[in-house]
Unconditional design. Structure first.
Length: 124
């Protein structure tokens, strides 16, 4: 059986029975709407609309992922040492308490601020 929904975010606008079954399984497994959309290949809003149309029981996600910080959120309360690549989904900042007056914790400040070796001739 195929469901044809106009403007649901899917290529060609069709929800196959297989996709609907996958949606139901993921929904009942507690997967977020955004992640369901990524796995099925639709938008988060398409997932929400389909869930509503087929009458799945609304749910409340109790456990939220930790809030990610970015460099624009810097307020001096956490170490801003980047972990991973900015394009990666799991990119984040260290988050431990920083050294006074620095944006990094003691470990990362030691890596970021390298003192020049004494006795090295200066470049001309």
């Amino acid at each position: 059986m195929r469901y044809r929904i106009r403007g649901d975010g899917m290529e060609g606008g069709t929800w196959t029975q297989e996709r609907v079954e996958q949606l139901i399984e993921l929904w009942e497994g507690g997967v977020t709407t955004a992640e369901i959309g990524r796995r099925i290949g639709v938008t988060k809003n398409a997932v929400i609309g389909k869930v509503h149309r087929i009458g799945l029981v609304p749910r409340v996600v109790i456990e939220r992922p930790p809030q990610r910080r970015n460099v624009f959120d810097f307020n001096g309360l956490i170490c801003m040492w980047p972990i991973g690549h900015p394009g990666d989904e799991d990119f984040h900042f260290c988050g431990t308490p920083p050294v006074d007056g620095k944006p990094y914790c003691a470990k990362h400040a030691g890596q970021a601020y390298i003192r020049p070796k004494e006795g090295k001739p200066e470049a001309a």
